[in-house]
Ligand binder design. Structure first.
Ligand code: B12
Length: 368
């Protein structure tokens, strides 16, 4: 962590916690405030310049993510998450031609919407946080320009293969990617290294290229689609598997569209000897509970990439723990949302957290 980031995290941690009544009201009034903020932004005369001539729908989408993210920060009271995320916002938005001024105008409009919709006695702490973000504008610009966290380290003997895979992925060369995958996976024990040394670092690099505006959404989708095709073939390799370790359900939380990490976890558990049901992305709570009730797994592994999905994840875990038929299921969580912010995973109420497949194996084996 850099000195500046360390300072801003310390400063953020001095912000007041949001009383439950205020965070609940912020949550309740979210769509009203969002509607007003969108209208105020669209009525701003220089809006097209502010948003770098991006389509308005991209801006509205950003506002929705902002609203859900702030509701999460207020509900779980984690300001380290706030301080770590804002520099990413400045970097990613400016990488996509939004101006820095857009961010300030947007925050001032949130202050107006908060005053319009939230009872005056519940606004004090929320406005303190918004004013803090406005005050830190210049620091956040500097932080966003600092060197970014590198992707997870790749072992020297995998480096060339990883680079070749990345180039092939960016070229959309599915055949070459499948060749590299076949060269790398000869036995079921090779799958984990292929995932950790190639797929994960390559996808993180794809993310950074997108964040800096160096590749389009189409290129990122192309990469994700090829990786998904490769993961599908891994499930069909026909390596012998003994199902002697118990039953596991794996999915990504509601509104969570990142599923590659969860899929990797699922494959590794399956090859480790678990009887696995992998449910994919964006899993609705009620249907998950129904499946858990039928299948009666020993383990539920939930994946969360976007911090704004933590609240829904917390609700799932709460309902499982409060249900006498399900309360014995061990709940493991993981995903990018928890990887950087210390102890954030505790907010979701899970039994344990693992930052990657290797650590996940150690935890589930200790539960056997
Ligand atoms: C591909 C991708 C997408 C695809 C996903 C397709 C798919 N089929 O999964 C799509 C297009 C859907 C997408 C959408 C979005 N994305 Co995206 N996406 C990515 C990208 C490039 C790769 C994700 C990935 O596959 N990573 C590789 C896997 C293997 O890594 P992992 O998930 O961390 O998993 C490992 C561990 O975390 C752990 N783990 C994961 N899950 C679990 C679960 C358990 C139980 C355990 C124990 C461990 C564990 O083990 C895994 C293996 O070691 C990332 C970049 C990145 N750094 O990840 C951005 C990224 C995550 N996306 C980002 C953003 C902003 C978005 C959008 C908001 C964009 C938008 N404006 O629409 C939306 C959000 C959609 C939503 N509501 O979920 C940002 C998030 C930034 C932030 N501050 O939070 C990132 C980081 C890009 C960036 N650098 O800016 N995205």
């Amino acid at each position: 962590m850099t000195i500046l980031l360390d300072q801003i995290i310390k400063d953020a941690k001095k912000l007041p916690l949001i009383p439950l009544v205020s965070s609940s009201e912020y949550h309740e009034k979210l769509s009203l405030m969002l509607r007003d903020v969108n209208e105020m932004m669209e009525d701003t005369p220089s809006i097209n310049n502010l948003i770098g001539n991006n389509p308005l729908v991209v801006m509205r989408d950003n506002h929705k993510n902002h609203a859900q993210f702030m509701a999460t920060v207020f509900t779980i009271g984690n300001y380290e998450l706030l301080a770590r995320t804002i520099p990413w916002v400045y970097r990613a938005y400016s990488g996509h031609k939004f101006t820095y001024d857009y961010i300030t105008v947007h925050l001032y409009n949130w202050l107006k919407a908060i005053d319009t919709h939230i009872n005056a006695e519940n606004t004090k702490e929320i406005k303190t946080v918004y004013n803090w973000m406005i005050d830190k504008h210049d620091v956040m610009i500097s932080l966003s320009q600092e060197k970014q966290i590198e992707p997870p380290p790749v072992k020297p003997d995998w480096m060339e293969r990883k680079n070749n895979f990345l180039s092939a992925l960016l070229d959309g060369d599915t055949k070459k990617c499948i060749e590299i995958s076949n060269e790398s996976i000869k036995t079921k024990n090779d799958i984990e290294s292929f995932y950790l040394q190639i797929i994960q670092p390559v996808m993180y690099e794809i993310g950074m290229l997108w964040e800096r505006g160096e590749i389009s959404v189409a290129r990122e989708h192309l990469a994700s689609a090829i990786v998904s095709r490769i993961l599908s073939t891994n499930g069909m390799r026909g390596f012998s598997i003994q199902k002697n370790k118990g039953k596991a359900v794996i999915c990504a939380s509601p509104n969570e569209f990142h599923e590659i990490g969860a899929w990797m976890i699922s494959d590794v558990l399956e090859y480790e000897g678990w009887e696995v049901k992998y449910l994919g992305a964006n899993m609705p709570k009620e249907d998950l509970i129904e499946l858990l009730t039928d299948f009666k797994p020993h383990l539920l592994a939930l994946s969360v990439t976007m911090p704004f999905n933590i609240i829904k994840t917390k609700e799932i875990i709460r309902d499982i723990k409060n249900n006498s038929n399900l309360s014995k299921i061990k709940v493991l969580i993981g995903g990018r949302a928890f990887n950087e912010t210390t102890d954030l995973w505790h907010a979701a109420g899970a039994d344990a957290f693992a930052s990657d497949v290797q650590k996940m194996k150690a935890i589930v084996n200790s539960w056997l």
